[in-house]
Design a protein around this ligand. Sequence first.
Ligand SMILES: Cc1cc2nc3c(=O)[nH]c(=O)nc-3n(C[C@H](O)[C@H](O)[C@H](O)COP(=O)(O)OP(=O)(O)OC[C@H]3O[C@@H](n4cnc5c(N)ncnc54)[C@H](O)[C@@H]3O)c2cc1C
Length: 374
Amino acid sequence: MTKERQVLVVGGGIAGMATTLMLRRLGAQVLLIDLDPGWRVYGAGITITGPTLRAMKQLGIYDEVAAQAYVGQGIRICDVQGQPIDEVATPIAPDAGVAGCGGIMRPLLHRIMSAHVRECGAQVRLGLTVDVLTDQDNGVQVQLSDGSEHRFDLVVGADGLFSRVRQLLFPQAEKPRYMGQYVWRTVAPRPRGLDQRHFFLGGPHKVGLTPVSPDAMYMFLLETSAQRGHVPDADLAPQLSRLLASYGGPLREIRESLSENSPIIVRPLEAFRLPRPWSRGNTLLIGDAAHPTTPQLASGAGLAIEDALVLAEELRGTDHVATALQRFMQRRYERCQLVVENSFEIGNRERAGAPAGEQTEILARSLAALAEDI
Ligand SMILES: Cc1cc2nc3c(=O)[nH]c(=O)nc-3n(C[C@H](O)[C@H](O)[C@H](O)COP(=O)(O)OP(=O)(O)OC[C@H]3O[C@@H](n4cnc5c(N)ncnc54)[C@H](O)[C@@H]3O)c2cc1C
C-alpha cells in the first residue's frame, strides 16, 4: 500500500490478529473488531507444524512461542499399548530457523498475539460486528452493529467458521457441516522424557499427545460418531475414560487420572468448501472463514497466519486492492486446498479404521508439501 489505507479486520482470532500486525507494518490504519466483548479463547491445546512456526517467525512471535510453549522434531507413531512402531518426520528448511513442530495452549498463543496487537497501534473494538457491506469504487461502505457507518479501502473477514462476512458476501455458499468425528481434548502433566508429538494408531480411535510446555501436554482423541450430539459436563470424564479403555502406556495414566475436575473439551468437527474467489470487490475472507479444515494436519493456525503474510506482500506497493486480492487468491488457493482435502481424506481413513501406514503415508506426504515455500 503506497498511502495510508483504512482497513477493517472482522474477527480477532489467529487470522485477524496476524492480519492486523502485518497491515500495521505496511502503515495502514487498522480497526480490528471482535464479536466477543471479552475477546476470549477456549482453553485447549493445539499442535503447530514447522511451516506454522516459520510463519510465526515472519510474524515476529516465534521466539516467545518457542520460549513459553513447546517446539521439537518428528512424530512418534505408537500402537495401542504405547509401543513405538514408526516415526514421521516434520520437515522444514534449515534456513527457516525454526523447529519442525510444536504445541501451545490456545490462551497462551492468544496472550502473545493480542499483546502485540495492543502495542502495534491498531484500534481494537470488542462486542462489535458488521451488519452491512456495500461495495464502492475501490472501497467498501460498512455499517457496524452499533449503527455507525464507515468507509474502508479493504475489509478482511477473519471471523471464523460461522463467518458473518462470508454470509454477507456469499449468502448461497455451503454452510458448515458435521464431518462425522468429535475431538476430545484434555491437558495432563508431561512425563519426563516425553519430548515428541505422539500418535497412537491401530485402535478404535486416533489418539495423540503433544507437549505444550516443559511440564504439560495435551491429549486429543478423535471419536467417530454418525450422530452430532451433546455431552453434558457430568458425562465428560466417564465418557472419555470409556473411549480410552483399551489404551496402555501414557494414555492409561491419563485415563486413571481423569476426574470431574479434569479440563475436558469436546467439539464436533465441522467444515465447508468455499470455491474461489474468496473476495468480492475489496472484501476478502481469510482463515477459517474461507478454508476451514479438520485438524488432522494441524495446519489451520498456520494457514491463517500465512494468509496474513501473503496478503501483506500482495498489498505492498499497490493502490489497487482488488488486484492484490486476485493475486492473493492465485497464491493461496492450491495450498489451502491441499490442507483441506488431505485433512478430509485422513479423516475418511480414520473413520474407516485404515491401517496406521495408510494414515501416516498421507500425513508425511502433506507435511513435505507444506514445507515448500509459500
Ligand atoms: C477441534 C479443533 C482442533 C484444532 N486443532 C488445531 C491444531 O492442532 N493446529 C492448528 O493449526 N489448527 C487447529 N485447528 C484449526 C484452528 O483452530 C483454526 O484454523 C484457526 O483457529 C483459525 O483461525 P481464525 O482466526 O480464522 O478463526 P477463529 O480462531 O475461529 O477466530 C475467529 C474470531 O472471530 C470472532 N468472530 C466470530 N464471529 C464474529 C462476527 N460475526 N463478528 C466479529 N467477530 C466475530 C471470534 O470471536 C474469534 O475471535 C483446530 C480446530 C478445531 C475445531
